[in-house]
Design a protein. Structure first.
Length: 317
């Protein structure tokens, strides 16, 4: 098996992927995955390489300690202030799961190669799962993809960035007013970062823009209302030095990605998630954005999914 980097980045793990593997516009083949992650031992070894730095920290003093594998696969032990054990799957989408890791990887390949997502019924049929197990697996994979995409930032010095607001209908609720959810999308000409928000107040939008937009970016507006809102936003929060404001007409193509994003996302939600819980919308947005922002390289989606493993359990799993 090809060697992977100690801490792969979000841009992909070319070291793990076979060097001679051809690029496929349709996605990643199961044969390519089996060459690198075809066994439990290979998956555990890759997980350990990705998470060695965080797993090796002493729980008492937080100093790095050398971990030694134990007889049980996926378990490592270390000694510092006291003896402790680490399970390589802890705090990941695989935690406390009796499902084989190889089956998890195969399910992730299906999610990566799909254009509109994978349903619970599909996993039930393909893997012979119960409805409850298939639901948990789908939710954890969506969380994993959404948390990976949550690390993305847009913009840069003199680069245009737009803000778009849309209401997504279909949320479960007793009142008509609560059946739609407000979503803010930060976008450039090719990427979209959607965030569920409660309202359009500057106090709500400010921390999101500071976290998702790099300093020096240009915030674009389309009409006088947006211009006034952005000016108020800058003056109230002292962001005049961080972001400039210019009309969108100066940047052709700035709205191309966001228009396509909303069109296809609404189709996906109407086809598979006509009614959804308000707290789960960020999962569907993150999953769809993860694939959408990599639409020019569909064969790289799966490798980005296994390049990093953010904490999933404990965040609504």
């Amino acid at each position: 098996m090809a060697q992977a980097a100690a801490c792969p980045s979000l841009q992909g793990i070319a070291e793990l992927r076979p060097v001679s593997a051809p690029r496929h516009r349709s996605g990643t083949s199961f044969r390519q995955v089996e060459q690198c992650l075809g066994s439990e031992e290979a998956i555990v070894a890759h997980l350990f390489r990705c998470r060695e730095k965080e797993l090796s920290l002493c729980p008492t003093c937080a100093r790095p300690v050398k971990l030694v594998p134990t007889k049980r696969i996926g378990t490592y032990s270390g000694t510092c202030c006291q003896a402790f054990h680490r399970i390589v799957t802890m705090d990941t989408l695989f935690e406390r799961s009796t499902w084989p890791l190889t089956s998890w990887i195969m399910a992730m390949v299906y999610f990566a190669n799909s254009r509109s997502g994978i349903s619970r019924a599909f996993l039930q049929t393909m893997f012979g799962l119960t409805g409850g197990s298939a639901h948990i697996i789908c939710k954890r994979i969506r969380q994993h993809m959404a948390l990976l995409e949550d690390e993305r930032q847009l913009g840069g010095p003199s680069e245009p960035v737009g803000l778009s607001f849309q209401r997504i209908k279909g949320a479960r609720g007793s009142r008509i007013q609560s059946r739609s959810v407000l979503v803010m999308a930060i976008h450039d000409a090719s990427h979209v970062v959607p965030v569920v928000v409660a309202d359009r107040r500057p106090s709500t939008i400010h921390p999101i823009v500071r976290a998702k937009v790099r300093p020096g970016s240009i915030l674009v507006y389309r009409d006088r209302i947006e211009h006034a809102r952005l000016n108020q936003f800058r003056s109230n929060w002292g962001l005049a030095r961080s972001f400039a404001i210019e009309p969108a007409s100066r940047y052709s193509g700035i709205d191309n990605a966001i228009l396509v994003f909303w069109m296809h996302f609404r189709r996906v939600m109407a086809a598979g998630h006509g009614h959804f819980a308000r707290g789960n919308l960020w999962l569907y947005l993150g999953e769809f954005a993860f694939r959408f922002n990599r639409r020019s390289e569909p064969d790289q989606i799966f490798w980005d999914m296994v390049s990093h493993f953010p904490p999933v359990v404990g965040r609504g799993a």
